[in-house]
Design a protein around this ligand. Structure first.
Ligand code: ADP
Ligand code: MG
Length: 603
């Protein structure tokens, strides 16, 4: 609800703005009363004092009205800025909570426009329109009250004028609403094209695809242009229609007035009628101006309504994966268990994981091996509870992952995503990251970097751990980024480390040393290592071999070499590959791996 998001401050700003507006309307409507006295006095030719006195009062009213208008404008601006800030904040914290499923449903491009452009649109509209929305009805009803006792001809003319304006506004709005609703969505499309062009600029250039990308951008941009042109075409006649109606109305009031004056019996009545006419037309103009002001802001209304809807759609969105409530102690620590877990991504028929079961205990290493698309990252996502399984159970420390609060769950896990994420800031701030960062010091950061095999390259950076990494880590290589993100998870010292293909950009030697370091220095930490290289997983306590979501084999390296054909074939083919790379070769090459033992030359 719109008012539901008001903070106390917002209520105070809105109340102050309304108070100034009421005062301003009172003053504006007082002016014609003095005008009545002055017109009558001038006609009858007496009491020049009245002219001076009422004139001074009129000027005072006008000045005070101006001051009130400034005050109302000030508080309207304060209100709109404060209100949209509340919405922006709520949206920001909601986005942090959303699961990756939610984010991909809304789309990242749309979330960007929803957090920047939409609040701006809303703020702009509220800032400009709050005064009008409050002022117009007060002004119109107050002015109507003041003229209600006048000649019925004049009242009829005013009512007709108002009806024509209201009908015109309603008709135009009905026609353009659909175009207004489209604007923000079309802006999302333009935003997406710009983002893709920026992030993919190197690839676009390398493929000489500038023309193709430009035509895609033009498409999105032209759709927005066409839509906006349609709105302007419809809205253009509105201003001139209102002006014409006001002019015709004024002429009609004077025309009727002239006839009434001509028919009047005596001079005094004529004078009075003339004053009434001047005052009436002035009030009638106030009524019309109230509706015309509404016309002005009604143009912005559909857009603001759509923006407001887009913002609240995010704020009020229920998380796809609801949070549990457990945050106490568990009987076990560092255990991960899957019980017959099957999961398909929304909208996909084929399961990404099918009937997966395993259990690992504290300090053990689980390795997940499989080709691209075999479901390895999906398995990690289920531990992280980015999704819930369709059937079966994921247990962490002996409890269903669904039971935990988000905080309790993530405090147990150290996650290294497949694509390294670096935040703008120093190496230190990237490694010592998150809730527990205050309890860790520089020594912990160095230790984490050492285990992650990042110590050497970080020490060679211009300012060591204080070197600023740019957004997306553009000033370091892929393997270096991976090691910084691994160090981040190690520094957190979690119960369980989840490494999603985090060794893929490392050379064989670094891969081996990193694993040795993890084994030695993080002996009490459970590790889930996703990899595509047999060499990376062979030391694990338990290896799961996945293929298209199905478990092809589960066991230790030696048992899988015996029992799992895919595993054995992968091991042999990777051995052959390595033998052709002299820089990775250690010791004399052998023609074939020892079937039950370790493949030669790997680790
Ligand atoms: P891996 O990490 O082994 O390369 P993933 O676990 O990422 O594989 O993906 C397994 C399967 O699920 C793939 O077929 C992939 O296309 C599909 N998949 C992955 N992410 C999504 C998603 N967000 N929506 C729909 N399908 C997905
Ligand atoms: Mg993956």
């Amino acid at each position: 609800m719109f008012f539901g998001y008001f903070t106390k401050k917002d209520w105070a700003f809105a109340a102050l703005c309304t108070a100034f507006i009421v005062f301003q309307v009172y003053l504006d409507l007082k002016i014609p009363e003095y005008m009545n006295g002055i017109t009558y006095a001038i006609q009858t030719g007496d009491a020049s004092d009245i002219v001076g006195e009422d004139g001074a009062r009129m000027i005072a009213c006008a000045l005070l009205s101006l001051a009130s208008s400034v005050g109302a404008g000030f508080f309207a601006a304060k209100f709109s800025a404060s209100y949209t800030r509340t919405l922006r904040r709520k949206m920001f914290s909601k986005v942090q909570e959303l699961s990756s499923q939610d984010i991909s449903e809304i789309s990242a491009a749309s979330l960007v426009t929803r957090s920047t452009n939409d609040p701006y649109q809303l703020q702009n509209f509220l800032g400009r329109s709050l005064q009008v929305i409050v002022k117009s009805p007060i002004l119109a009803s107050w002015a109507i009250l003041k003229i209600s006792g006048s000649d019925w001809h004049w009242t009829a003319i005013t009512v007709a004028g108002v009806l024509i304006i209201v009908c015109t506004i309603a008709a135009v709005m009905w026609c353009v609403m659909k175009y207004f609703k489209r604007i923000q969505w079309l802006k999302d499309d333009v935003n997406r094209e710009v983002r893709e062009n920026l992030t993919g600029s190197k690839v676009i250039r390398a493929y000489n695809a500038e023309g193709y990308r430009e035509s895609k951008f033009d498409e999105a941009s032209d759709a927005l242009l066409d839509n906006n042109l349609k709105i302007f075409t419809w809205m253009a006649p509105m201003g001139s229609t209102s002006n014409t109606v006001v002019n015709i109305m004024t002429i009609s009031i004077y025309w009727v007035g002239a006839m009434l004056i001509a028919d009047a019996a005596d001079q005094d009545t004529k004078f009075q009628l003339f004053s009434d006419m001047v005052v009436f037309s002035s009030y009638a103009l106030q009524v019309m101006s109230a509706f015309m002001m509404l016309t002005g802001i009604i143009r912005g209304f559909p857009g603001a309504k759509v923006s407001y809807g887009r913002i609240t759609e995010v704020i009020e969105r229920e998380r796809g994966v609801p949070e549990g409530s457990f945050d106490g102690e568990t009987s076990e620590t560092g255990t991960i268990e899957f019980r017959a877990v099957t999961f398909s991504y929304p909208g996909r028929k084929k399961p990404a994981l099918k009937d997966v079961s395993f259990r690992i205990g504290k300090g053990q290493t689980l390795a997940v091996l499989g080709s691209t698309g075999s479901g390895k990252s999906t398995l990690i996502k289920l531990i992280l509870r980015q999704y819930d399984p369709d059937s079966g159970q994921v247990l962490i420390d002996g409890r269903d992952a669904k039971d935990y609060t988000r905080k309790a769950l993530y405090s147990r896990l150290g996650y290294v995503p497949q694509t390294p994420i670096i935040f703008t800031g120093s190496v230190e701030s990237n490694v010592n990251f998150g809730e527990t960062s205050a309890s860790r010091d520089h020594g912990d950061v160095l230790r984490a970097l050492r285990i992650a095999q990042a110590e050497e390259f970080v020490s060679k950076l211009p300012e060591g751990t204080d070197t600023i990494l740019s957004q997306y880590g553009k000033n370091v290589s892929g393997g270096q980024k991976q090691r910084v993100t691994i160090a981040r998870a190690i520094c957190k010292d979690p119960e369980t480390l989840l490494l999603d293909d985090s060794f893929s950009a490392l050379d064989f030697r670094t891969d081996r040393e990193l694993r040795a370091g993890l084994k030695k220095e993080m002996a009490g930490t459970t590790k889930v290592i996703v990899a595509q290289r047999v060499g990376t997983v062979m030391d694990a306590d338990l290896i799961i071999v996945l293929d298209e979501g199905e478990v092809m084999g589960i066991g230790t390296h030696s048992s899988l070499m015996e029992s799992c054909r895919i595993y054995r074939d992968t091991a042999i083919s990777q051995m052959e590959e390595r033998r052709c790379r002299p820089e990775d070769r250690r010791g004399p090459p052998r023609r074939s791996p020892n079937r039950s033992g370790r493949p030669s030359g790997s680790c």
